[in-house]
Design a protein around this ligand. Sequence first.
Ligand SMILES: [Zn+2]
Ligand SMILES: [Zn+2]
Length: 406
Amino acid sequence: MNKCIHLEVTCINPYEIVRKYRCNTCDEVMMCACEEEFARRFLPHQLIYGKELNTQERIPVTIGFQKNICNTCRGLPEKAYPKAETYGRGSKIRRYYWREIYFETTRRFGDWVDSQNHIDYLVARGKYPEVYSKLEKSVIEEIKKLHNLSPKYIYQEKSQKQVLEENKVEVVKFKGVHIKRKEQRKIGILEGTEILSPEDFVSHHYKQHGYDVIVAESIPFHVIFGIFMWLLIQDYKDPLVRIVGFGDRKAADKRLKGEVIYTHRPEDFGTSGYAKRRSKAITEHFTLIKSENDMLWLFDYWLEPSEGLRQYLWAHRNADIARARKIVSILSKDTLIKILKYLITDYWKRYTGWPDLIVYNKQELFMVEVKSSKDKLREDQKNWIYGNSKELHLPFKLAEIHKKTK
Ligand SMILES: [Zn+2]
Ligand SMILES: [Zn+2]
């Protein structure tokens, strides 16, 4: 019998719905009893193993549910694990309280399903999305009120001002007439008689001053990553490389169903654990890249064999490939290697948030993030700014377009 009282535990992945904890003393893996009822009712298939956050390794649960395991049950404050900003999860309440929102909405929806004599929870979930989202809305409202009274989580994110100051970001100020556009959600800026996107408005300004501009953002960097790293990532000597199937991205672009595409990818792809596990192979791969003098030649040579990985990464579109090729032609090999190293270290945490523009002429090159008035930096953009100061060291400016009346 295990007599351990599991005084200190480590959560193996706080982003799982049913969290698994490993005891620091006896090494057993367990879940907290306070979640047992919910978990058995709604997620019975998630109780057998957990997936470690940094390695995606499967960790079997060895002793089921135990009492007083989670911080709340131990009377300790809960640490915040905000989710990344994605569409539909912009507000802080949604990003910080995602677990609470999920638990409470699911519970209420489950009760509703029971009261309706529906056959199955999952069937109802697909059939009545509007009931679910209505319940979710009221749950969010309630949590908002609770948060204002006594917050469970302290929002720990830094303000835009703080981020800009700490990283000594140069801010370039523009003035432009802001126009609300009905068809797109984004603001337009008046340039003569034309309405431009904020990015095009700033590009236009730099072009008038003799610069060339690439509208970049993140995706061209995914193309560059896919092309220069496929040989390492899909290395058949890597014991964790598996076949993965996904929907044809090119068909998806045309809103067609398409066939399933298969490619190779390590189980822990994109995690910081991958970079640690494969550090020797990564070093060897960069030695190989450094030995090549012509990066554009290598780009063209590896374009086709990297197709599978690039489709997996949504880095398959011709327009993005063209922009990526242009970027490779203007950045030095050292800079490209720095970017690849930055991405391979923690891909899923670093692949978004890249600046809108690359501005360059014969003398200089810098990256620019464009913000119209009221538009604020997203969390992944702040993350990129910190990563840039620490590791990438690319010249970077923030272009702010302030409101001007006609
Ligand atoms: Zn223990
Ligand atoms: Zn608990």
